[in-house]
Design a protein around this ligand. Structure first.
Ligand code: CA
Length: 442
């Protein structure tokens, strides 16, 4: 080695050593993708007791568990106790008393349900921000078509649930009939995979609204002959389909550019309760008890969202809108009232400003839920320290300092929200319209 090359080598080494920490810093600070792809997978009728990473004793969801391990698992996410109101909150980012999406029948003629023309829904906001938008699966209870609500492409069916072995579906407004029965979760899956592939070059938002695991619980293509109870097969099929979506995103090299969320639209159906750590959740689907609306929420975005984290931050279904809008750089219309608190900072590993309480409504019933307390429409207070298993009513006469303070806080929240001043009692009108519509067929 000549003196000159030795010098050059030394300088290079020195530069490497000096720059190494800088390079490491740069890697950590590398600009994140400005507009991540967003895939929101929504299972139907799946409470905490249906997902093993939430402690379910009986149900096994290894692929969803793996997704949770790769990201953050939120322990206290609140949807609504039924499909329709949950999906309306998700699309609109607003509480039910504001939109009218208060029951499963709200969307029907004569019902108070939200109309796309009166809202600024999440898919429209993302579309305006340059996203390709797609909806796959169950839609009906939101009303109109997915296109009306901002989805460029969609595949759906006319049912409120259980579109399994059938001979047709609706794709982009066209009825498609198949000569033989097909397993529609497969068709919806293929549509979703194809949507992801076709839009890999631009940011996309896929709202994947699975029919699984809503009843009727039927055999899946993977069910073995002789099986009598197909519920676990349905759970396994849902889990497998989630894995296939994740695998496709990985295969396309989009994993670090894609936020994948997995959730459920309401608690587990009444027929399929299962224990968590040997205890049953208090309340199932359709109930105003904890198990009616508390649902799993998993967010995975490798390189951005902390991995293996369990968060106790409260999330409302209305919050998806502000979160996705923030991540996608979508502008919210000025002067329009949303009830949406972004948890985008938490997804980036920051503290953020988590909401202090969740709001849940079904028809003329509602509650606000803090970490340790809950107050309903009758201003009854519940000690939620042992939720989701127990919710203990606390009489004002038995108040402790803590319950008294909670009572004051939640009374104030309800007074400010004033749900009774909004839409709460049109559920009957919708149900009436539904009944009238069904009559000629009887
Ligand atoms: Ca449901």
């Amino acid at each position: 080695m000549t003196k000159q090359t030795t010098m050059k080598y030394t300088l290079t080494l020195l530069a490497t050593l000096l720059l190494a920490p800088l390079a490491a810093l740069n890697a950590a600070d590398a600009p994140r993708p400005t507009k991540p792809n967003i895939i929101f997978i929504l299972a139907d009728d799946l409470g905490l007791d249906g997902v093993s990473c939430y402690g379910a004793d009986k149900r096994k969801t290894p692929h969803i568990d793996k997704l949770a391990a790769s990201g953050t698992r939120f322990e206290t996410c609140y949807a609504a106790p039924l499909c329709g109101p949950s999906r309306c909150a998700l699309m609109t980012g607003r509480y039910a008393f504001r939109t009218g999406g208060i029951s499963n029948n709200s969307w029907r003629a004569g019902g108070p349900g939200a109309k796309s023309k009166d809202e600024h829904p999440v898919a429209k906001l993302l579309k305006q921000a340059g996203y390709a938008t797609g909806e796959a699966g169950k839609w009906r209870q939101v009303g109109e078509t997915p296109k009306d609500w901002g989805f460029d492409e969609y595949i759906t069916d006319p049912t409120a649930g259980g579109w399994y072995w059938k001979t047709g579906y609706e794709k982009n407004g066209q009825q498609v009939n198949t000569p033989q029965q097909q397993y529609n979760p497969d068709i919806i899956q293929q549509f979703s995979l194809d949507f992801i592939r076709r839009h890999k070059e631009q940011p996309f938002f896929l709202y994947y609204s699975m029919h699984l695991v809503h009843g009727p619980i039927l055999r899946t293509p993977d069910s073995k002959p002789g099986t009598k109870d197909f519920y676990d097969d349905n759970i396994a099929y849902m889990d497998k389909q989630v894995a296939e979506i994740v695998a496709e995103v990985e295969k396309l090299g989009l994993r670090e550019k894609t936020l994948i969320l997995f959730s459920g639209d309401n608690g587990t159906a009444l027929t399929y309760p299962a224990p968590i750590g040997g205890r049953m959740i208090n309340g199932k689907k359709a109930s105003m008890l904890e198990g009616g609306s508390r649902v799993p929420l998993i967010a995975s975005w490798p390189g951005t969202t902390p991995a293996g984290k369990v968060s106790k931050d409260i999330v409302n279904f209305t919050d998806m809108l502000a979160t996705f809008a923030e991540l996608g750089g979508a502008k919210l219309p000025e002067g329009f009232k949303y009830d949406s608190v972004s948890f985008a900072p938490q997804l980036r590993g920051e503290k953020g400003t988590p909401r202090q309480w969740a709001y849940v409504q079904l028809g003329a019933r509602w509650f606000v839920r803090e970490a340790g307390w809950k107050m309903n429409e009758s201003h009854e207070l519940f000690d939620m320290s042992d939720a989701p298993f127990v919710e203990k009513p606390v009489a004002a006469s038995a108040d402790t300092d803590a319950s008294k303070a909670a009572r004051e806080r939640l009374t104030k929240v309800l007074a400010e929200l004033n749900p009774a001043g909004g839409k709460t009692d049109g559920a009957r009108a919708g149900a009436k319209a539904a009944k009238k519509k069904r009559k000629p067929r009887q």
